[in-house]
Structure formats: structure tokens, C-alpha cells
Write a protein that binds this ligand. Sequence first.
Ligand code: NAP
Length: 275
Amino acid sequence: MADADGMNTGAVALGDDALLATAPSLRLDGRVAWVTGASRGLGRSLACALAGAGAEVVVSARDGDALRGLAEEIRVGGGTAHAMPGSVSSEADVERAVSTIGDRLGRLDVLVNNAGISPAFTRSEKVPVGQWREILDVNLTGAFLCAGHAAELLGEDAGGAIVNVSSIHSVSAHERLAAYGASKAGLESLTRTLAIEWAPRGIRVNAVSPGYIETEMSSGLREHEHWSQTLLDRIPMRRFGRTQEIAPAVLFLASDAASYLTGATLFVDGGWTAR
Ligand SMILES: NC(=O)c1ccc[n+]([C@@H]2O[C@H](COP(=O)([O-])OP(=O)(O)OC[C@H]3O[C@@H](n4cnc5c(N)ncnc54)[C@H](OP(=O)(O)O)[C@@H]3O)[C@@H](O)[C@H]2O)c1
């Protein structure tokens, strides 16, 4: 839109149907989305949000009963979902999941690497190496395996999107969370490397880094008098987040609305990393 001097003001003309018609959509109708770690917590919420946006959802984790219950709930709610039990740290399970998706559904458009664990809140010198390895195995190697095996299916058709669920502790260190922080820093590095490697294949790779969210994983700290207050004092918004507050960021990165976005991390953390 030009002003009286013919300068471009950058304003959108009201009623400009051509522009309004190209407003990007967060809908995922006709797409297949695979969410790992979907038996509870954030993954469960993300699976429901993706199904609500029209995607056919594949949910995986180790607890098959919880997955089947979730798939049924999504179906009752009018969506489409399939339970595929397995561990992200088992390459055989990951391979089986990807080949089943390919054989049965014929496509994969979105992978959400959400499965994660944080079993230790321990000073670094006291963390047994077995526990260190287990955390890296699930949080980092699990995402590497799922992305690697899914890449071929994701690269077919018009290309796909990977959203890795990271954490504020990828960039903001926290005492007693050495392995967890290292795994998430690694996951964000992997996000950027895959983004540049797979851009020519039409696969976008991004991450969402939540702050403290109300799930089972964070319950030990949230319910602890000292640590709960310490965390709340650090969060500018002075509250913990809810799972539904992470889903919109994941939906955005998974959708065509983010078509020119790859290798990025969105922090959804009540302001934690703004400090
Ligand atoms: N809650 C937070 O404050 C917070 C903050 C930042 C980031 N995150 C990240 O968000 C993600 C989800 O965490 P959450 O808070 O929802 O935790 P959660 O409630 O403990 O759920 C973790 C999920 O991961 C699954 N999982 C664990 N190990 C697995 C494996 N080997 N293979 C497949 N699935 C596995 C669990 O299912 P099964 O036990 O059935 O396998 C469960 O569905 C994690 O990556 C976490 O690091 C959480």
C-alpha cells in the first residue's frame, strides 16, 4: 500500500482477498504424523493436538496398553490413530515401526521425537556411567535412530518435517542434570546438522525447547518445596507450563506455515531463556 508520496508503507490493504487467501494454515489433513513417547505427558498431548489438526497419528512408547487407550480415545473423538509399541533406543523396534508405517499407511509426513527420560537429579560425580548412557541412549540416540530410519519415507511426496522435543537445559545449565542437559544440547546440534543435510530432500528439521511443564517427568521437582520455589523464582512468568501450551509450537513447526523454517529451536519456557 502506498501513501500520498508514493512511498510503500508496508500495510496490507483491507479486503485484499489475494493476501488473505494465502494465509498459512496449521491444518495437517491427509498427513501422517508419528509421535514417540506418546503414552503419557507431553507426547500424549502432542498426539491429540496433531490428530485435532487432521493428521492420521501413529503413537509409540513402551507402554502398549496406554498407547492403545490413547488411540481409542482419538478415534472416539473423530480422529485416526494407531498404537505402535516399542522403544526408541532399540534399532529393531524403530526399524519395525518405520516399515509398518510404510506398509500400512504408505506415507510419513511428520516425526515428533518426543520420547525422553530424566531419571537422575544427582551431582555429576555421583552419576553412574550406566545411567549417563541410558539418558543419552533414549534422548539423543533414540531421536537419531527414528530420524535416520524415517528419512526415506519423510523425503517422499512433498517432503516432511521433524520436530525434536528438546529442553531449556540444552542451553541453560542446571546443577544435577548433566546427562539430561548434554543429551538435549546434542539433540539441538543434531537438529541443525540434519536440517542442512536434508534440506535438499525437502525435510525440515526443527526443535521445540520447553521450560518446566506439568507432567510426571517434572513432578519430583515441582512437588519439592525448595526446588519448586527455586524454579518458580527463575521463571519470569512465575508458573510452570501446561502440555497444551507446547502443542501449538509443535503444530506450527510441523505445518506448511513453517515452510521456510529449518534448523531452528523455539523456546516455549515462560521466559526462562530470556535471562
Ligand atoms: N516435563 C517437562 O518439564 C519437560 C521440559 C522440557 C522438555 N521435556 C521433554 O519432553 C519430552 C516428554 O517428556 P514428559 O514431560 O512428557 O515426560 P513423561 O511424562 O515422563 O513421558 C515420557 C514419555 O517418553 C516415553 N519413553 C521413555 N522412554 C522411552 C523409550 N525408551 N522409548 C520410547 N518411549 C519412551 C514414555 O513412555 P513409556 O514409559 O511407555 O515408554 C512417556 O510416554 C521429553 O523429551 C522431555 O525431555 C519435558
